[in-house]
Design a protein around this ligand. Structure first.
Ligand code: G4P
Ligand code: NA
Ligand code: NA
Length: 192
């Protein structure tokens, strides 16, 4: 999506070969007009899919999911929660996720009453890197018996393995910008 690519080039800050900061428009400070355009684009790409709930994970997926929901019939947005240590009770779906950027393993949880068989969900998140968070959300969807209609990502880092793995599993993955290469010295960014 050219609008997002142009914004990444203009306002993104390449920190390393692997990490780009988009905090001035996508997560720390949020340009809601831009995010609204992302929502409209996902709605075009998933047109015809019977999405009735959007699922995301805290924290930086929430704003994108909530604004995107306006383009999917104002459907409910479910936020999976991260938790380091918790007495997991029977009312929760839970799965373990490995964090590569922060290290260690954490649980993600969701109240069972929020997601049921017969639900048709769209998963939304800001970044796709290793795909560990996404794999956790897919596991919860499977536990719930919900149908995953698709996955919408703002920024995929195409040189990390998450996207390839998700596509290989047959999911419709719509990443609105896919970064192939970044150079922290020049700031140059190549898109797929
Ligand atoms: P994954 O999300 O694909 O599993 O990969 P990874 O474990 O590497 O990502 C961990 C966190 O870092 C995620 O946020 C993800 O959105 C974010 N992230 C990954 N790559 C980049 C990057 O290049 N730039 C920025 N700014 N963030 C990146 P999180 O831990 O879920 O935390 P939150 O920020 O959503 O609360
Ligand atoms: Na995120
Ligand atoms: Na993040």
């Amino acid at each position: 999506m050219k609008l997002l690519e142009d914004r990444i080039v203009r306002d993104g800050v390449v920190k390393t070969e692997y990490v780009i900061k988009v905090g001035s428009f996508l997560n720390h400070q949020i340009d809601t007009a831009l995010v609204d355009e992302l929502g409209a684009e996902w709605a075009r790409r998933f047109a015809g899919k019977p999405v009735d709930k959007i699922v995301t994970i805290e924290s930086s997926g929430i704003a994108l999911a909530a604004i995107a929901a306006r383009h999917f019939g104002n459907c409910p947005v479910i936020v999976a929660k991260k938790s380091r240590s918790m007495n997991l009770d029977g009312d929760l779906y839970a799965t373990q996720v490995e964090s590569f950027t922060r290290g260690g393993v954490f649980d993600i949880v969701m109240e069972r009453r929020l997601l049921k068989p017969g639900d048709h969900i769209l998963i939304i998140d800001d970044f796709l890197a290793t795909g560990s968070a996404l794999t956790g959300l897919l596991d919860i969807a499977e536990q719930a018996g919900a149908t995953v209609e698709g996955i919408g990502i703002a920024v995929e880092k195409g040189f990390q393995p998450g996207g390839e793995s998700i596509r290989a599993h047959g999911y419709q993955l719509e990443s609105l910008a896919i970064i192939e290469k970044m150079d922290p010295d020049t700031g140059a960014i190549e898109f797929r």
